[in-house]
Design a protein around this ligand. Structure first.
Ligand code: NAD
Ligand code: ZN
Length: 371
């Protein structure tokens, strides 16, 4: 054990053991170094495969190592990022797959963050009417959210994720060591989803986050955190594959979050929107007497300690208008996912507009406040 490991804040004795679960009917593996497990999976499957990677330089050694297998037909790296999560990129990926000789019986192995899992997963689901797909997740968002659950897709100019499929991968690997090169702002993006998941689950998971929050990220037992998040997401998704009910729980903080993203003209990232949205949802729960002041302060304290924002300069009227038009697009009523307690969250809650507006006003940073 090196000094850095000894210094880790341990919350779980099994932290160094890989986690493997088949809850969704395909193996989801979380390990500090997942690469030997990926290689083992590929060998056991015995199928020719192509590697598609996000071309970020931190990921090149991973792509090189996984493509060294004799069954590998070739590797292609693509410049990604949200702006390239588009059908035009999918076409380039399809052409590259064809160029590598990929056929109906070829496995696609994707490497990268949430953009990679959404885009390569979509490309695999649509190539020759669908070829098997496995993903090696390298960002926190991909590990705890995007790569797990079978949703793939791309953006249109009109909005995010408007084209896509529900297609299960054949395997997902969270390569936790990759987080060492992930910049803080991208850690924070994933952390908002981790906090959301911990509020849904409650108990030891939320307590662990409260304990870890004051410590620097390099001391966190990330494999335990990723494992817990994945476990909860898998349980929720397993009960509701196609998002007809229970999966709504995972949208905690997202009704406010999406509206803030839109109203800010995407100046606010998804993770920041979700962090603000978690606060807003719990303020709404407080105002409707679902949530106690004590629980509210626990959540608020954790969000603040994690360095996530509690207030925003985005205009409350514009945010409310964005919520309204989102509601119209879905031809439904505005319904919220609200906590009754940490570990007890309900969905489909209708709330009077005036309370929503009051919460948005409270969320707005006063002009003379710092930060
Ligand atoms: N399908 C779903 O259920 C689902 C759920 C949540 C999010 N998403 C999607 O995920 C996307 C966001 O994912 P993201 O935040 O991972 O974005 P991303 O894939 O763009 O990754 C963020 C940045 O980190 C880089 N990167 C990735 N791994 C790295 C590493 N190990 N070291 C250094 N840099 C690394 C990437 O090149 C990129 O610049 C969005 O498009 C969102 O819609 C999908
Ligand atoms: Zn989200």
């Amino acid at each position: 054990m090196d000094a850095q490991e000894e210094d880790r804040v341990l919350i779980d004795d099994d932290a160094d053991e890989p986690f493997v679960s088949n809850t969704l009917g395909y193996p989801v593996t979380v390990a500090d170094d997942a690469l030997p497990l990926v290689q083992h999976f590929l060998r056991a499957r015995g199928q020719a495969f192509v590697v598609l990677a996000d071309e970020h330089r931190a990921l090149a050694p991973i792509a090189a190592r996984l493509s060294s297998d004799p069954l590998c037909m070739g590797v292609r790296a693509f410049k990604l990022g949200e702006a390239r999560k588009r059908l035009a990129t999918v076409e380039r990926v399809h052409e590259a797959m064809l160029g590598l000789g990929a056929g109906r019986d070829t496995l696609v192995l994707g490497i990268g963050g949430g953009v990679a899992s959404d885009l390569f997963g979509f490309a695999a689901a649509t190539y020759m009417r669908g070829v098997p797909y496995a993903h090696v997740a390298t960002s926190l968002v991909a590990m705890v959210d995007a790569a797990v659950g079978g949703k793939t897709g791309v953006d249109l100019r009109a909005g995010k994720n408007l084209v896509g499929t529900f297609s299960d991968p054949v395997a997902v690997f969270a390569h936790v060591d990759a987080l060492q090169t992930l910049p803080f702002r991208h850690i924070r993006e994933g952390l908002a989803e981790v906090v959301k998941t911990a509020v849904i689950e409650g108990g030891d998971f939320f307590e662990a986050l409260e304990t870890l929050a004051p410590h620097p990220f390099w001391r966190w037992p990330w494999s335990s955190i990723v494992t817990e998040s994945v476990r909860v997401k898998m349980m929720v998704v397993a009960d509701d594959r196609e998002e007809r009910g229970m999966r709504e729980l995972l949208n905690l903080g997202h009704t406010f979050g999406h509206a803030l993203e839109t109203a800010s003209g995407y100046r606010i990232t998804h993770g920041v929107g979700v962090a603000l949205g978690l606060r807003a949802a719990s303020m709404l729960a407080l105002r409707t007497r679902r949530f106690s002041q004590r629980e509210y302060l626990r959540l608020l304290g954790t969000i603040a300690l994690l360095g996530m924002p509690l207030q925003t300069s985005v205009d409350p009227d514009a945010t409310f208008a964005a919520m309204r038009s989102d509601k119209k697009r879905r031809a439904g009523t505005l319904r919220f996912v609200l906590p009754r307690a940490i570990g007890d969250v309900e969905y489909g809650v209708q709330v009077p507009d005036r309370l929503v507006k009051a919460v948005l006003a409270q969320l707005q940073r006063s002009p003379d406040s710092v930060g």
